[in-house]
Write a new protein. Sequence first.
Length: 714
Amino acid sequence: MAMPRLRIPVCVETGVWFALKRRLTESPISPISPPNNWSRPVVRAVRPQVDGGRRPAKTTVGDYVTVEADAFVDGHESLVCDVRARHATSGKWTSHRMQPLLDDRWRGSFPVAETGLYRFSVRARIDEFATWRDDLKERSSAGQDLTVELRVGADIVERAAARARAGQRRMLELLAESLRSSRSGLHQTVSPELATWAPGTPVSETLAGVLFGDLLGSVMGDLADPDTGTTSEVYGAFADVAKARFSSWYELFPRSTAEGAARHGTFTDVRRRLDYVEQMGFDVLYLPPIHPIGTTARKGREGAPRARKDEPGSPWAIGSPAGGHTAIHPELGTLADFRSLVSDALARGIDVAIDLAFQASPDHPWVREHPEWFKHRPDGTIRYAENPPKRYEDIYPFDFESQDWSALWLALRDVVSFWVEQGVRIFRVDNPHTKPFAFWDWLISSIRAGSPEVIFLSEAFTRPRVMEQLARIGFTQSYTYFTWRTSKWELETYLAELTCTDKADYFRPNLWPNTPDILSEELQTGGRPAFMARLVLAATLSSSYGIYGPAFELQEHLPRSKGSEEYQRSEKYEIRSWDLESPANLSAFIGLVNKIRRDHEALQFNDRLHFHPTDNDQLIAYSKVREDPEGNDVVLTIVNLDHHHTQSGWVTVDLDVVGFSGGVPYTAHDLLSDARFTWTAGSNFVSLDPLVVPCHILALKQEDNPSAVTVGAS
């Protein structure tokens, strides 16, 4: 039923009108003058940008920053768009032409030559010449008289000549003269000097050949009238060293590296272990805290509340009378021994990373010297760390909001600076989400101001938004939820989120199948195939990954108790002796996987990860592509997610994504087994036995691949 129309009494309508009229008469609105500066093009939705441009995106030295933006103009004029970029220490902007995509989206890139902050913006200008040239082509096809239009073009070229360099100016003046004097239209022969603007084409000697040549179009685009342009806001991209993008991490406890006898290992023992680490192909050796360990409330074997006299305690209970965060545990050696380890490792291309655990044992010198840096209970005692129901009586957390917080922050920054001076360039940061964002923002910025090559890995297994914020404010790499993503759907969804959304602008995932704190249920129950499959997934899904060894390669899989992710006989609380000569050791397999990563540039990036359909949910297939003028590097990985049974199925490779033509067969070379298969367009059969090798890492190559085929974006 229709609602009755609300009627307003005439007296009310009249009263409102006269009141409004009186107000407008008594307080006239001042006329607004037209703007002095305005432009027609619109530039918006620039990417990459983080927090609306307030924070820089991430890139690495030797790479290109790919920039996209929406750029359009009212009417039908053509645009020319450029990325303008400069290093923050340079006052000179360089321009790099962008190419149109679809729906007014543009893409371009600029090279990254050195570490530090880069500034960039997008500029769109009306390309008067391109617009005229397109119209001219249509008029010519329709058989219209071009006499007047050629004179219009001459005017456009002359205006551009006034903005050109001397060499270009001469050619443009010749072109304008030819346009004005044309009597035979576009087929008129031009001078040999002018014909050089369309080199190598059959029509290079005609006016049409010059006008529609790529060289002239590029020159005129560069000379488009700057007064018709719109420039976006300026955004930032921070350039890290290449290892920030591509790295392979190996974690070990130095105290467990002694050969034979069950004694406390030293840095000398770790140096002997470098051959082993290098043979497996790792380029980052990460050491848990190397500082003196407190004795008060020291944890015993299996995390027992009290340690026996001979038990070493947890390395994360930092500090004793021997020193704090800038001291070396006496049984590991001296600071000189540590520097020798760093030097020997670097000679092999391996960076030594150390742990930043900003907390203290009750015996840390700062507890006595700066009690105000810690939280106190009402009875005056210092509050120890808790994560209910877990209690860490051997650890005191710092109070980052204490009355003396500024001095604490400076002291912690000095800790990082001290280790940078010792040659450390990579830090794994313990539980950064339990400290203020503002602290990390300040500390990382402070360190990078003098040492932009330093890398910070965030160990924060916490809420997604918190993990993302830590990456935004400057952490170079981040731990992820990979350990707990096991099904095909979980892996595809999660990795697509990390690599194909705007998170990729600032969040660099570092995938770990295990850590000293995490022995996943999958590794507890899946046997050797689970360790092999999880290694391949981590190493090929992400350009950075790591393992905690030797527990990983020796397939340590017994939990402390049923349902626990803690290791039985956890190395966090006792010294372990590892049999690296065991025939069960996966070190050779790991070394082969890491060699494949080094040999194939496609695996050193995340931006071209693409998942391909399979008809079996126990088989996951994905590719990475790196474009190269000599032939694209295409790697397809297929993993059997069932660790107990052979799984078979059909894999359909999206040929547009890998850049292959549909009518030509291609070779799939298994880099793990050296087997070769001939595949064709459509679906191809795969069978993987987990008791042999549960994975394929396939290098795809199409010998007759047409060079004109463009690889599609993931």
